[in-house]
Design a binder for this molecule. Structure first.
Ligand code: UDP
Length: 463
């Protein structure tokens, strides 16, 4: 580890695994480079700080306007079953003031803070607070560059009537954003469609006005969109990913009982035979879809490891909608669990394919472990990622959510195990490793990022 510079970085994650995990990985990189780290976290989904002994955690509580008591939003901890747009609006509204107060206290405290790194989805919520206390603000974008460009193109997409999406145009190419088709545009179902535009606009504007964007991607993977982005936007970008592959991000060695059982089961399978199935930490599916997936998996020859989060299947607690005797019938061929250590699973030699919802972390992790994908995107950036996985990087096949059918699933799973796609995936894995090597682009961008942060004047407390 480098000599500590007596400089501190304050970080503000969005409270979901797909956002918190990469932020912690980035925090480890900064810590390794001599910075101390303070993480301001919402009381909603507050992590166990004992798992992160190198960082200082501060909690902020949700503030319901007009009420004296501070309370958390009434959401399930995994966020399933909720309107995400409404949720983000409520997060921003409820935590803006508590964040501002906390930041003020942090920056006004003893140790110097040189910079705030906040999740890009907080948008301009953090901008005002940072300006008030006179601290420079960078944003962490936990999605890819291609999807961010699609978000940034929302005004154009509305002008050209691609948005709101019309069913009659789903397969049409969006000529301004190839290879995206209308059905790939990053939208989500919501009861507040106008709020979606506001949330996205606020996020893009917050990134543009920041002192730099830190990206969990690598240059080789998104070279063209990175160039397009830099031509259009006058903000420094730092594609230093994949974060988790930097040497200081050692995988946790402590395992719980369920992890051991999963590893034991994987150890018994032949190399590259297992289909690993997971739709991430937020997406939920209908019971009908769940049953098609279950039968599709049951009818293939391949062994499978399937993550079904409690509450992921709408209207049920866990697996109770499976027909009687289904689990017994699967026997040792398949394993259904509530959560896994995904990085360990993808790195296991028995895993041959990843059936994924194409969240950005899952996409990147699968590419970096050389595992081809079956893509069933659910919402927002997942649709963009899926199109790039299939058409640009050629490391996966599409299985659209609207077409989930047990027979198609069975057919596709057989095909997916092909060598060609695996080889293409291994090439990308190698390129990721080259970018991470000493003279690779991610390492160079990391050097630039550290210099950039070090160049910020220490705060000038404004009030
Ligand atoms: N993850 C995990 N175990 C699981 C499912 C997911 O460790 O059973 C991790 C996964 O490695 C990834 C994150 O949770 O880092 C999910 O992020 P992603 O962007 O793929 O999807 P999201 O959950 O945000 O939709």
């Amino acid at each position: 580890m480098e000599e500590r510079k007596e400089k501190r970085i304050i970080m503000f994650p969005l409270p979901f695994p797909g956002h918190f995990n990469p932020l912690v990985q980035l925090a480890r990189i900064f810590h390794h480079r001599g910075f101390s780290i303070t993480i301001i976290h919402t009381s909603f989904n507050f992590p166990d700080p004992t798992h992160y002994p190198n960082f200082t955690f501060r909690t902020i509580h949700h503030h319901n306007e007009g009420e004296e008591e501070e309370e958390d939003p009434l959401f399930k901890p995994d966020g399933s079953g909720m309107d995400l747009v409404t949720f983000i609006r409520q997060l921003r509204e409820g935590y803006a003031d508590p964040f501002r107060t906390s930041l003020k206290a942090e920056v006004g405290g003893g140790e110097r803070a040189c910079c705030l790194v906040s999740d890009v989805v907080w948008g301009r919520t953090t901008e005002v607070a940072a300006e008030e206390v006179g601290i420079r603000r960078m944003v962490l974008t936990t999605s890819g560059v291609a999807s961010f460009c699609a978000f940034a193109a929302y005004p154009l997409l509305r002008d050209k009537h691609y948005l709101p999406i019309q069913d009659s145009r789903l397969d049409e190419l969006v000529t301004e954003l190839p290879p995206l088709r209308v059905k790939d545009l990053p939208v989500m179902e919501t009861n507040e469609p106008e709020e979606l535009y506001r949330v996205v606009n606020n996020m893009v504007e917050g990134a543009k006005s920041s002192s730099g964007i830190i990206w969990n991607t690598f240059e080789d993977l998104e070279r063209i969109v990175l160039m397009n982005f830099s031509t259009e936007f006058q903000v420094s970008v730092f594609p230093v990913g994949p974060f988790y592959k930097h040497s200081e991000n050692i995988l946790p060695t402590t395992k719980n009982k369920e992890d051991h059982v999963t590893t034991d089961w994987l150890n018994k399978q032949d190399p590259r035979t297992v289909v690993y199935v997971s739709f991430g930490s937020l997406a939920d599916i209908e019971e009908k879809e769940f049953l098609e997936i279950a039968w599709g998996l049951r009818n293939t020859k391949q062994p499978f490891l399937w993550v079904v989060r409690p509450g992921m299947v709408q209207g049920t607690e866990w697996l109770e909608s499976l027909p009687c005797g289904f689990l017994e019938n699967i026997g040792q061929k398949g394993k259904i669990v509530k959560w896994v250590n995904q990085l360990e699973v993808l790195a296991h030699p028995a895993v041959g394919a990843f059936w994924t919802h194409c969240g950005w972390n899952s996409t990147l992790e699968s590419i970096c472990e050389g595992v081809p994908m079956i893509c069933t995107p659910c919402f927002t950036d997942q649709r963009v990622n899926a199109r790039y996985i299939v058409d640009v990087w050629q490391v996966g096949m599409m299985l659209e959510r609207s077409k989930l059918d047990r027979k198609d699933i069975e057919k596709l799973l057989r095909k997916e195990m092909g060598e060609e796609m695996r080889e293409s995936c291994l090439k990308w894995k190698d390129r990721a490793n080259v970018c991470l090597s000493k003279d690779g682009s991610s390492s160079k961008y990391l050097e630039k990022l550290v210099s950039h942060v070090m160049s910020f004047d220490s705060y000038a407390f404004a009030s």
